[in-house]
Design a protein around this ligand. Sequence first.
Ligand code: RIB
Ligand code: CA
Length: 309
Amino acid sequence: MARSIIIDCDPGVDDAIALLLALAHPTELNILGITTVAGNVPLHYTSQNALKICALANANTPVYAGCPRPMVRPLETAANIHGATGLQGTELPEPQQPLMVQHAVAFLIDTLQQTQEPITLATLGPLTNLAVALIQAPAIATKIDHIIAMGGAITHGNMTPAAEFNIYVDPHAAQVVFKAGIPIKLITLDTTHHVLTTAEHLTHLRQLNTAVGNAAADLLAHYGTPDQERYGLPGAPLHDPCVIAYLLQPDLFTFKPTYTTVDTTSPDNIGRTVIDWWGRTGKAPNVDIAASVNTPDLYALLIKSLAIL
Ligand code: RIB
Ligand code: CA
């Protein structure tokens, strides 16, 4: 039976690959909607990019535009990595459908209020949309069976020394979501930095010899260069597809229950996920943090999936 999910994202190249991975599995993942948020690039581009990825996958999954800025902080984008429009390095098809008229937050609330079955939230960007929905209609928390999120860091940040981008952009939203009492699995940079898109993986994508495989390889090649140079890695970390890979093949990952909060105040640490890995606080766990990943099998799943589209 397909799992009903909503994907909240800020495409962004890794979000785009994650969307393609999800769209390749309609029998396992019933995508009720894609909601977009400002993050890697401004909302206009994240929304148009989501529509373009749906067109590339020949999917008519509804796309709902959400919040154009974080709850409190001014928007800081990651255009330095994703480029001005968020998807550089390849020609993508034009959108085949318009954005839905309903705001993403209203879609989240209406869908969760009306659903007869629990829904899984897959979040790939700043958590603004989900946090605003939870503030506006707290009872929807009981309808979310799981949040699988990419974000945070046990150790080093990638936006500041302390903070990972998704949490840094909207730390207040992350705090709201982490304290909502919803089962959460968080895949942090400490795990995604073991999922590296090497030249070999790019070759395997190109060997598919399909529009999707070539577009994915082009996008990843263009996006990966800054990260590869910055981190001195054999490939760029592939963050967001980890969330969808978990939904498709949970045994690719292991997790550890932890008490996790977000620093929303200190100038140097704002957006830091304060993860009690060793249980020093004695406080009840609220977030399961990814502890390991089977990288070879994850890429095998990704390549096999993109070959389907
Ligand atoms: O830190 C990585 C995360 O920030 C990914 O979701 C990437 O798309 C950006 O949103
Ligand atoms: Ca993202």
